[in-house]
Design a protein around this ligand. Structure first.
Ligand SMILES: Cc1ncc(COP(=O)(O)O)c(C=O)c1O
Length: 387
C-alpha cells in the first residue's frame, strides 16, 4: 500500500531526538528550531515525560469517558494553577482542529447563534467549521463552505466595530490567534483583543482564543492572548500541550454551563494522554520554561535584528518570524541541508522559529553563527554567478 501523498517532504528520516536536537538515520545531528511545528514545548524525549508516560502505560493507557478518570482532574487543577484560569472548566480532546471545532460549536450552543468572525491570514485547522474559519480557500472543500463566517482584516478596529454594528446580535463568536502562526507570525494588538472582549460582552458573543500554536508558554505568558490583560471565554490548546503526545483541550469560562451530551469524544482525556500532559506542565513549572521562553526569545530577537538582510523581525517569546528578501530565498533550505538546522516557514517569504521552550543561550548562539555564515555563503554564491 502507498501512503496518501499530501505532504511535500524533506528527504530526511529522523530516528532519534533529545532536548533541542534530532538525529537522522545516519546519525547526523540537527538543531531543531522548528519544534516539529511548535509541538515540542519541554524538549524532545524529556526524561520526566518519558518516565511519566512509561509509568502510566504500566497501569492503564485507556478507558473511555464512561467512568471517572481522576488524572483528568489532576491535569485540570495543575493547568488552572499554571495558566491562572482556575475558575475555568476543562474539556479534553485530541487535536487543535478538534479543539477549535468544539469551541465554535460550544459558543453556538451557548448563545444559539450562527455567525462567526474570523480574520484574514488565520489558520484554525482542517475539520469542517475550523477550516471554514481558516483564510485559505484552497483547503476548504465544497462541503465545508458556509456563509456563516465573516472574515475581517487582522488588527482593524474600525472594521470590527462596523461588523458588530451591522450584525451584532447574530454573532456567535469571534475566533482569533494571539499570534498568527501559519499566517506568518502576526501579533494581535493588545488594544484589538481588548476591543474584541468589549464588543463580545456588549453583544452576547463568545471570544475564542485560538492558542493552539501561540499558547502553552511559548509567547512568554501562558496564553499569548494574556498579554492584552483581558480574559477570553474559551481558550483552545493542542501542540505544546503533550510535547508530541496527541492531546488537546479547551478551557471554558464559568459563565458557560455544561450539559450532558453537549460535547464528547472517545479518545479525549484518556489516562495516557493526561499523564503526558501533566508531565509537560510539571516540567514547564519546575524548569521555569515560560520565563526561559521570554528571556531567550528576547535575546534571540535582539540578535536577529542586527543581522543585515533579515527584515521585520517580530514575535513574542520563542515564537519568532522574519521576512527573507528575494536574494536570500534559499536560506531555509541552506540552513537545513548545509548547516543541519530545522526552521519553519510561512508563505511566501517568512522564516518561522518555534523551538522548544527549553532552548538555551548556547544553542541560540550556535544558531546565529550558522545563520550569519549561511547568509554570507548565499551572497558569495550570488557574486560568483553574476561574475
Ligand atoms: C493556530 C492553529 N490552530 C489550529 C491548528 C490545527 O491543529 P491540528 O493540526 O492539531 O489539528 C493549528 C495547526 O497548525 C494552528 O496553528
Amino acid at each position: 500500500m502507498k501512503l496518501f501523498d499530501v505532504y511535500p517532504l524533506n528527504n530526511i528520516a529522523i530516528t532519534k531526538a533529545q532536548g533541542s536536537y534530532v538525529w537522522d538515520e545516519n546519525g547526523v545531528q540537527y538543531l531543531d528550531m522548528y519544534g516539529g511545528h511548535a509541538v515540542i514545548s519541554i524538549g524532545h524525549t524529556h526524561p520526566h515525560w518519558v518516565t511519566r508516560i512509561e509509568d502510566q502505560l504500566e497501569k492503564i493507557a485507556f478507558y473511555s469517558n464512561s467512568v471517572v478518570i481522576p488524572i483528568q482532574q489532576e491535569l485540570a487543577s495543575k493547568l488552572g494553577r499554571l495558566s491562572g484560569k482556575e475558575d475555568f472548566q476543562l474539556f479534553l480532546c485530541n487535536s487543535g482542529a478538534e479543539a477549535n471545532e468544539n469551541a465554535l460549536k460550544l459558543a453556538s450552543f451557548y448563545n444559539g447563534r450562527k455567525k462567526i468572525i474570523a480574520f484574514k491570514k488565520s489558520f484554525h485547522g482542517r475539520t469542517s467549521l475550523a477550516v471554514a474559519a481558516t483564510d485559505n480557500p484552497s483547503i476548504v472543500a465544497p462541503v465545508n463552505e458556509t456563509d456563516n463566517i465573516i472574515f475581517l482584516p487582522f488588527n482593524d478596529e474600525q472594521a470590527l466595530k462596523d461588523c458588530f454594528a451591522e450584525h451584532g446580535k447574530e454573532i456567535s463568536s469571534v475566533i482569533i490567534e494571539g499570534i498568527q502562526g501559519v499566517g506568518g507570525i502576526n501579533i494581535a494588538n493588545d488594544s484589538f483583543l481588548q476591543l474584541i472582549r468589549q464588543l463580545c460582552d456588549a453583544n452576547g458573543a463568545v471570544y475564542i482564543a485560538d492558542s493552539v500554536q501561540c499558547g502553552y508558554g511559548r509567547s512568554g505568558k501562558f496564553f499569548s492572548h494574556d498579554h492584552a490583560g483581558v480574559n477570553a471565554d474559551i481558550y483552545t490548546m493542542a501542540k505544546g500541550m503533550g510535547n508530541g503526545f496527541p492531546v488537546a483541550g479547551i478551557l471554558i469560562a464559568p459563565s458557560i454551563q455544561p450539559k450532558h451530551g453537549m460535547l464528547g469524544t472517545t479518545f479525549g482525556g484518556n489516562q495516557l494522554a493526561c499523564a503526558a500532559a501533566l508531565a509537560v506542565l510539571e516540567v514547564i513549572d519546575n524548569e521555569n520554561l515560560i520565563n526561559n521562553a521570554k528571556e531567550n526569545g528576547n535575546y534571540l530577537m535582539e540578535q536577529l535584528r542586527s543581522i543585515e538582510g533579515l527584515q521585520n523581525v517580530r514575535g513574542r517569546g520563542l515564537m519568532i518570524g522574519f521576512d527573507v528578501p528575494e536574494e536570500l530565498k534559499n536560506l531555509k533550505k541552506k540552513l537545513l541541508y548545509d548547516f543541519k538546522i530545522f526552521t519553519g516557514e510561512a508563505k511566501p517569504n517568512v522564516i518561522r522559529l518555534l523551538p522548544s521552550l527549553a532552548l538555551n543561550k548556547r544553542q541560540i548562539d550556535d544558531f546565529l553563527d550558522s545563520l550569519n555564515e549561511a547568509i554570507e555563503e548565499i551572497k558569495a554564491e550570488r557574486l560568483m554567478q553574476n561574475a
